[in-house]
Ligand binder design. Structure first.
Ligand code: SF4
Ligand SMILES: [Zn+2]
Ligand SMILES: [Zn+2]
Length: 349
C-alpha cells in the first residue's frame, strides 16, 4: 500500500516511487534530492573552479537536456560562477540529428546559453549517412564515437572552454564496467569509472551524472516538462553493449542498488602495474594535427580507410571493442521503453 505522506518531508502526498531507493516521495522532494545529489557529486569531486567556461555536450536527448537544466539551476543556486555553453555535434543523420538539433536550438533560448554546432561534414568531409552508405550497417557507432570525441574537443577549443561536461549517467558507466569485465580489460576499469578525465593537451571532460540513474533522469525530465527529443538513432547500436545493458536492467529490477554497486566495484579494482595500459608517447597527427599516440589519430586512420574503400580492414573486432569501450557511443541509441507511456515510471497516482 502506498504511504500517505512523502518519506522525506512527511507532509506532502507522495506521487512517485524513487527508482534509486524505492522511497515514496513528493515531486518537490524528488527535484530537491536529485539536484542535491548531483551538487554533492560535483563538489566532492571538485569538478569546477569559479570562472570556468564549461561546455555542455548537448544532443537534444533527455540526459543532456536534463544536464543543461540542472547545471544552470545549480550554477545559480550555489554560485559556482561558471560560464555555460551548449556544444552540439551534427553527425549528419537525416531524420534524426537534424530534428534533435532543433530541440537543442530551443534549449539555447529556454536556458539562455550560447550554442555552437559542429558537423562531421565540415570537420571530416563525411556525414554518417554517407559513411553508412559506404560501409553498410556495421561498426557505425565505432566511426561515430571516434569522430564525436574529436569533434567535441575541437568545438570546445573553438568556444575557448576549460571543460566539457557530458550526460553520461550511472547506467552508462555500470554498463561500461560490465563490458570491460566481460572482456577482461582490467586496465580500463579504473579509467571508465573516473568522473573526470584529462589527457595531455586535451580538455577536461566530466560526468556530473555519474551517480544519477537513467530512470530518475527520465522522471526528472518528465515532471519538469523539459523539452527534449526522444527518437532513437536510425543506425545500429552495438549488440555487445546491448547484452550488457539488458543484463544490467535485469539486475536493477532485482535490486536497484546494483547499478551503484557495480560502479563502486569498478572503482575499487586495484590495477596492478603490469596490467596498466602501456602509455605511448604523445605526438600530433601528421594529417590533421590533433594529438595522437600514433602517426595518425584515430579519426584520420578511419578516414583514410574510408577514402581508400578499406574501412573494413581498418576495424578489426578487437580494435572496435577497444574503441567502443571508451564510453557509450551516444545517449541517443538507448532504448527507453517508457518514453511512450503517458506517465513516467514509478508514478504511483
Ligand atoms: S547510435 Fe549514436 S554513435 Fe551510433 S551512429 Fe547513431 S548517433 Fe552515432
Ligand atoms: Zn516531500
Ligand atoms: Zn588526425
Amino acid at each position: 500500500m502506498p504511504s500517505k505522506t512523502c518519506a522525506l518531508c512527511h507532509s506532502a502526498r507522495p506521487i512517485l516511487k524513487r527508482p534509486k531507493t524505492g522511497q515514496q516521495i513528493c515531486k518537490d522532494c524528488f527535484f530537491k534530492v536529485f539536484e542535491t545529489e548531483v551538487h554533492n557529486t560535483i563538489t566532492e569531486a571538485n569538478l569546477f573552479r569559479t570562472g570556468d567556461r564549461v561546455a555542455i555536450g548537448a544532443s537534444g536527448g533527455k540526459d543532456s537536456t536534463v544536464l543543461a537544466y540542472v547545471m544552470k539551476t545549480l550554477n545559480e543556486r550555489y554560485g559556482y560562477g561558471l560560464e555555460l555553453f551548449l556544444l552540439s555535434i551534427d553527425e549528419g543523420i537525416t531524420g534524426y540529428r537534424d530534428d534533435s538539433l532543433e530541440t537543442v536550438k530551443r534549449n539555447q533560448e529556454q536556458y539562455d546559453m550560447p550554442l555552437k554546432i559542429l558537423s562531421y561534414d565540415e570537420l571530416y568531409g563525411w556525414t554518417m549517412d554517407r559513411i553508412v552508405s559506404t560501409i553498410g550497417r556495421k561498426n557505425n557507432c565505432t566511426f561515430c564515437g571516434v569522430f564525436r570525441r574529436q569533434a567535441l574537443d575541437r568545438g570546445a577549443s573553438a568556444l575557448n572552454v576549460d571543460h566539457i561536461v557530458t550526460g553520461h549517467n550511472a547506467d552508462d558507466i555500470a554498463e561500461t564496467v560490465l563490458m570491460n569485465i566481460m572482456r577482461g580489460d582490467i586496465a580500463r576499469l579504473g579509467r571508465c569509472t573516473a568522473i573526470c578525465t584529462q589527457g595531455e593537451d586535451t580538455i577536461r571532460r566530466s560526468k556530473p551524472f555519474k551517480y544519477a540513474y537513467e530512470k530518475e533522469i527520465v522522471m526528472y525530465a518528465y515532471f519538469k516538462k523539459l523539452d527534449y527529443f526522444s527518437t532513437e538513432c536510425i543506425y545500429s547500436p552495438d549488440a555487445y553493449r546491448g547484452h550488457a545493458r539488458a543484463f544490467l536492467k535485469d539486475l536493477e529490477a532485482a535490486r536497484p542498488s546494483a547499478i551503484i554497486d557495480i560502479i563502486h566495484s569498478g572503482e575499487a579494482f586495484e590495477v596492478k602495474q603490469e596490467v596498466k595500459a602501456t602509455q605511448k608517447l604523445q605526438q600530433t597527427c601528421k594529417r590533421c594535427g590533433y594529438m595522437s599516440s600514433n602517426e595518425l589519430c584515430k579519426a584520420c586512420t578511419l578516414l583514410e580507410g574510408l577514402e581508400r574503400g578499406l574501412s573494413h580492414a581498418v576495424i578489426t573486432d578487437r580494435a572496435r571493442q577497444k574503441l567502443d569501450a571508451e564510453e557509450p557511443p551516444s545517449q541517443a541509441m538507448r532504448t527507453i521503453p517508457y518514453f511512450n507511456l503517458p506517465r513516467a515510471p514509478g508514478v504511483t497516482s
